[in-house]
Design a protein around this ligand. Structure first.
Ligand code: GDP
Ligand code: MG
Length: 755
């Protein structure tokens, strides 16, 4: 006789196998693959039984060698009984495989393992109820302690002698009539395991359709008449959904809940809150908001509410309110660079070309980039703490649950989250995705996640506009860019899934690490690497580019020194500035400066502020009233506020600013990222498609942002109503998708704890 042990990874198969077979165990290889094949003999029954430890699997689908090995073994070598090990502490996830094993005609017995851990935690499982529902013998065991093993083997031995007919949970629900018909097709052809094959054929399983092409055709015409609703013809999804609904419906009450809670580890308890079905995303958004508040707020902890106007005014620390740590560091750095800049320009003769080059070009440009280093470091400090503590892994999990129907899986979110730091490693990390369509899609979304180099743009505009328009808030301006990026990525993903890069999103199973205290050393190493990267870029690309830009803005084609407007760049940029007038930021007599800045940003995003810095250094603008008295902050600020201008009697500077930021957020991130994308997309044609995609998205979204902003200026009420309607429509759509699909599927992705 021959018994097979089947179950999820870490369910205790090997432990049980060792307990049953002792010294007879033999380890070999499955033919053709590097998966261990463990066999041994159990001698305590009337006849000797060969025991085979199948590889750990979550499903009998054909995606991994483990799944194929297990599936073929059960179907082709026909063990006399399959012992399905179910980890009782993860009951619902484990039963997903059980529902598939029960579709074969092989006798099955269930070994409910880890019952010692459950009862230690005061939990109890209703195994009689489970047995009744599943229709196969269930035994509570502990593989580790050796409890009830001989009972289990007796039951298996008995079951092995009785014929069994497989049956499937999909015989109920929307596929029931199709299932009955396909089942009959197999039966008429005298094929064993009819239920299993029928389900696989309905799922359009690759191995199955290849093996029975004629039946596949008949089944195809049957399934084509089924309305799969939100699944849009994804029959594998429909079947998975039916399985989970069945499991949830029948078994969710089997374990005494109150007692189960005590069995949860500390991490699990934290996860109940942080990865909560409803609160998970709001909590994530709140955490990010808190991080931005710490980095960008000029009203730290809203202390300004309690400080009387005019009573608190300390340079760097704040006026009428306390600055957040990020802003304090920024001010300190800004003061330092301004002091150095002043000292240098004071020591140089006025009006010469080399004074212009050094002060207006080089220092002005490079310093405006460097002064954001402290804020970047503060932001990355928090991101690295979130990463190191294990929270970022949860974010992938939460986002997966919410967005997988949009074609984004949690696995893809891991590289995308890296893009918050820099798109280059993020794009390279897409290699971890096995599915090619998903990989390409993810690469194309990478730039939408706001990277560190874009931060200076948000911080500079946020700071200046919050200062000039008291109804704006720097933290929220920066925050809105991150959220806009994620939102565009989700929508774009949906679009890509339907058009350019078609393909299904594979199931996502990830291991959630335990939460732990962030390590000081890890954090420092991480920060140092970021800093190094940023300074290196400032010292090389940015310095070089700033000098070129200074040259092009200071001279005309005859190499005479002229005002910026008549310079080489000034003239050239006017040829295509009109293209950006509809986006707002191309408007006005300084519009061309922003167009140039956005274009230099395609080379490297730090260049945007660097370029504006050069323009600020060259232009003779007055200092921004009431702002800090530093040379760079003020003249840079004056240039920034000149964005947009007026439409009739409406001041459109603020909409133009948001439009400009959106354009920089979504357009080609930088040349390094393009090179990385080229490597991953494989081929010039794909890369050009990606570039076009980024530029068109940037243009379209900026256009929408600007005109929505203008609309908002005209009528706050009407604009708010429209926005509320759009948001409500999106939420309704998301809820519908969620209700129909994601809620049921999410069980697959439940955290699988490492050992
Ligand atoms: P496999 O991946 O299915 O082969 O699982 P293993 O046999 O390697 O077991 C995974 C982990 O679960 C190991 O740390 C085992 O010690 C533990 N384990 C297995 N069976 C039991 C059990 O009955 N009770 C408890 N508490 N732990 C168990
Ligand atoms: Mg094992």
């Amino acid at each position: 006789m021959k018994f097979a042990l089947a179950g999820n990874p870490n369910s205790g198969k090997t432990t049980l196998f060792n307990a049953l077979t002792g010294s007879t165990a033999h380890v070999g290889n499955w033919p053709g693959v590097t998966v261990d094949k463990r066999t041994g003999t159990y001698k305590k029954l009337d006849e000797k039984v060969e025991i085979v430890d199948l590889p750990g699997i979550y499903s009998l689908s054909p995606y991994t060698p483990e799944e194929i090995v297990s599936r073929n073994f059960i179907l082709d070598e026909k063990p006399d009984c399959v012992i399905n090990i179910v980890d009782v502490t993860n009951l619902e996830r484990n039963l997903y495989l059980t529902t598939q094993l029960l579709e074969t005609d092989t006798p099955v017995v269930i070994a409910l393992n880890m019952t010692d851990a459950l009862s230690k935690a005061g939990g109890r499982v209703d195994s009689a109820g489970l047995e009744k529902e599943l229709g196969v013998p269930v035994t509570e065991i502990s593989a580790l302690k050796g409890t009830n093993l001989s009972e289990l083997m007796d039951k298996a031995y008995k079951a092995a002698k009785i014929d069994r007919k497989g049956s499937s949970v999909i015989k109920n629900g929307i596929l029931s009539s199709v299932y009955d018909k396909v089942y009959k097709l197999y039966e008429q052809n005298g094929i064993a395991d009819a239920a299993f094959h029928a389900v696989k054929l309905i799922e359009k399983d690759e191995l199955e359709t290849k093996k029975y092409p004629d039946l596949a055709e008949e089944a195809g015409s049957l399934t084509s008449e089924v309305d799969t609703g939100l699944f849009e013809g994804d029959f594998e999804g429909v079947v998975a959904d039916l399985r989970y609904k069945y499991i949830e419906h029948k078994f969710s009450g089997l374990i005494k809940k109150a007692e189960q809670e005590r069995a949860l580890s500390k991490s699990d308890r934290i996860d109940r809150i942080l990865t909560h079905k409803v609160w998970g995303i709001p909590i994530f958004l709140a955490i990010m908001l808190a991080v931005f508040h710490l980095t960008f707020s000029e009203n730290f902890l809203l202390l300004g509410l309690f400080i009387k106007e005019g009573t608190f005014d300390i340079p760097i620390l704040g006026t009428d309110a306390l600055n957040s740590p990020g802003v304090i560091l920024f001010n300190a750095m800004d003061w330092l660079t301004a002091t150095i800049g002043d000292a240098v320009s004071g020591a140089m003769p006025e009006g010469t070309w080399y004074t212009g080059l050094i002060c207006d070009g080089l220092l002005s440009g490079v310093f405006s980039v460097l002064s954001f280093i402290p804020q970047i470091l503060v932001l990355f400090l928090f991101l690295s703490i979130l990463e190191d503590s294990g929270y970022m892994a949860r974010v992938a999990f939460i986002l997966d649950r919410a967005f997988r129907k949009f074609g984004l899986s949690g696995k893809a979110f891991m590289p995308l989250i890296m893009c918050f730091g820099c798109a280059v490693p993020g794009i390279m990390a897409t290699r971890t995705l096995e599915n090619e369509a998903e990989r390409k899609r993810t690469v194309m979304l990478a730039p939408f996640f706001s990277c560190g180099a874009k931060l200076p743009i948000w911080a500079a505009f946020g700071g200046v506009f919050a200062l000039a328009y008291t109804n704006l808030n720097a933290t929220l301006i920066v925050y809105s860019m991150y959220i806009l990026g994620i939102a565009v990525a989700v929508l774009a993903s949906l679009l890509l899934k339907k058009t350019v890069v078609k393909g299904e999103t594979p199931p996502f199973i990830m291991e959630l690490p335990e939460y732990r205290m962030p390590q000081f050393k890890n954090t420092m190493i991480y920060l140092w690497q970021k800093l190094k990267h940023y300074i290196f870029r400032a010292a090389t690309i940015i310095t070089g580019a700033v000098i070129v830009i200074w040259f092009l803005t200071s001279f005309n084609f005859r190499l005479q020194m002229v005002d910026a407007e008549f310079s080489i760049i000034g003239i050239i940029s006017k040829w295509f500035t009109w293209l950006f007038v509809p986006l707002g930021f191309g408007m006005g007599d300084k519009g061309w400066m922003f167009v140039v800045a956005a274009f230099t940003g395609l080379i490297a995003k730090e260049m945007v502020v660097g370029t504006l810095g050069v323009f600020a250094g060259i232009s003779e603008d007055e200092a921004l009233e009431g702002s800090a008295d530093y040379l760079f902050a003020s003249s840079l600020g004056a240039v920034m506020l000149a964005i947009g201008g007026t439409l009739g009697d409406i001041d459109v500077s603020v909409p133009a600013m948001f439009s400009f930021m959106a354009f920089n957020l979504l357009s080609v991130p930088c040349m390094a990222a393009v090179a990385a994308a080229n490597g991953e997309l494989g081929g010039k044609k794909n890369t050009l498609t990606a570039i076009a995609f980024w530029m068109i998205t940037a243009y379209a979204v900026s256009l929408a942002v600007f005109w929505y902003g203008v609309f908002f200026k005209v009528s706050v009420v009407a604009a708010s109503v429209v926005l509320a309607l759009i948001v409500a429509a999106l939420i309704t759509l998301a809820v519908l998708k969620y209700k129909g699909v994601i809620g049921a599927k999410s069980a697959v992705k439940q955290s699988i704890k490492g050992e």
